[in-house]
Design a protein around this ligand. Structure first.
Ligand code: KE4
Length: 428
């Protein structure tokens, strides 16, 4: 594949944007090489600056569940834009999408819209602290909840890729209120409650982790967190920025049958425009300004263009009952096809998959937490990433990311991907 124009665009970008990107993981630091620059996308395909067509397995890190430039979503955005793009004044549109979210997601009565997953998670923690009157939170090594200070304590995703789990600029004062546990290790959480019990406001967790690659909760783990929160009057926050409206219409709560107290959203809920949200029972949400004392605000929160993109997307999801089954089936075909090919090759490998989230780790050790995810052979991953990219398949440029399949992906695209994988395996 040719990348001349992307390389030139990257050089120009680096002159005026730190690292040439507006989000670190896009810079290909952990896989090496020059990041591609995209010119347009349609359905399951990206079209880069050099005219290469690439099958997209990141779907903008989750939002593009329906595929890129989905006709009804684009048309709805175009029509909404003619009415103006931002008012900073309430609209009926916000109520319409809020009603859809409240009806689709279990255990919530009210939802507040913001502009990113980071904002949603940051606000959810402030709300939990305000509601409980307690200060500490528990997060899990390798889970990523956005770049708010309280979370950049051995964060997953980009920060792990850069091998800098504690980011400079995060103060000790902040760090002391974030306690770290190990994913799938209930004893590590029990120990923290034993040490800090009455000071812990909440546990925040990705119910299915997607920032260490994809990692599933082991049997009893989430149930154990639920009872620890009940025993210690702490709130259970499900960060469903990735899993929300992806694992099921009702997200991980529906798919896994676990009740959270607060749920955060991003990605799919905005249909490709900047939207985050956090939601809970009325008795918790009433603490939020202007009803209650916990402050949270945003100029572009509930922005009509973003609300229209999100509402149209969620309406399409709600009407298409088979969509999640189709996504599950395509993801299973990709997983099992790759698995049989890599088994024949004899390369150490682990696949983790749930719904349309999947990841391949080059290790014999089952990947169940951050430590085991870090055992993956990154040289193999780099070769795999570039080998697939050169054969027209765009995977997440980090071993610590989940793939996100979208509904525009065809079975032919999956066959193409498996052929590319087989060809790469033969080349090493
Ligand atoms: P944003 O602020 O990036 O919208 O959302 C933060 C966030 C919160 N919670 C979870 C579970 C997330 O995965 C994310 C963001 N995900 C990353 C991908 N691992 C976004 C990609 C990026 O950082 O560029």
């Amino acid at each position: 594949m040719l990348y001349q124009r992307s390389s030139a665009l990257f050089e120009a970008a680096k002159e005026v944007i730190p690292g040439g990107v507006n989000s670190p993981v896009r810079a290909f630091k952990s896989v090496g090489g020059t990041p591609i620059f995209v010119e347009k996308a349609k359905g399951a395909y990206l079209y880069d600056a050099d005219g290469n067509r690439l099958i997209d397995y990141i779907s903008s890190w989750g939002p593009m569940l329906l595929g890129h430039a989905q006709e009804e979503v684009i048309e709805a955005i175009q029509k909404q834009a003619e009415k103006g793009t931002s008012y900073g004044i309430p609209t009926a549109l916000e109520t319409a999408i809020a009603e859809l979210v409240v009806n689709a997601v279990p255990n919530i009565d009210k939802v507040r819209f913001v502009n990113s997953g980071t904002e949603a998670c940051m606000s959810a923690v402030r709300l939990a602290r305000g509601y409980t009157g307690k200060e500490k939170i528990i997060k899990f090594a390798g889970c990523y909840h956005g770049h708010s200070d309280a979370f950049l304590i051995q964060a997953g995703s980009g920060a792990v890729t850069f091998g800098a789990p504690n980011s400079p600029g995060v103060t000790q004062g902040t760090a002391k209120d974030t306690l770290l546990a190990r994913y799938n290790d209930l004893a590590s959480v029990e120990e923290l409650f034993h040490q800090h019990g009455d000071a812990i406001a909440a546990i925040i967790i990705e119910p299915v982790a997607g920032n260490m690659g994809c990692i599933l909760p082991q049997d009893g783990f989430l149930e154990g967190l639920r009872s620890l929160c009940d025993q210690n009057n702490a709130l259970l926050i499900f960060d469903e920025v990735m899993t929300g409206f992806r694992l099921a219409l009702g997200g991980a709560q529906e798919r896994l049958g676990i009740q959270a107290d607060v749920v955060t959203f991003g990605k799919v809920i905005g249909g490709g425009l900047p939207v985050g949200a956090f939601a809970a029972r009325a008795e918790i949400m009433k603490e939020l300004a202007p009803e209650g004392p916990v402050y949270q605000a945003g100029t572009l929160s509930g922005n009509p263009l973003a609300m229209r993109a999100g509402l149209t997307t969620l309406e399409l999801l709600s009407k298409d009952k088979d969509l999640f089954e189709r996504l599950d089936d395509k993801t299973e075909k990709l997983h099992l096809g790759m698995q049989s090919l890599i088994e024949k090759k004899g390369l150490p490998h682990q696949f983790n998959r749930l719904g349309s989230m999947v990841s391949l780790h080059f290790t014999e050790t089952p990947v169940v937490d951050f430590e085991t995810a870090a055992l993956g052979n990154n040289d193999h991953f780099k070769a795999y990433f570039h080998g697939m990219l050169d054969r027209g398949v765009y995977l997440p440029p980090s071993a610590f990311e989940s793939y996100f399949l979208n509904d525009a992906l065809s079975y032919k695209d999956i066959e193409f991907t498996l052929d590319a994988f087989e060809d790469w395996l033969k080349s090493i």
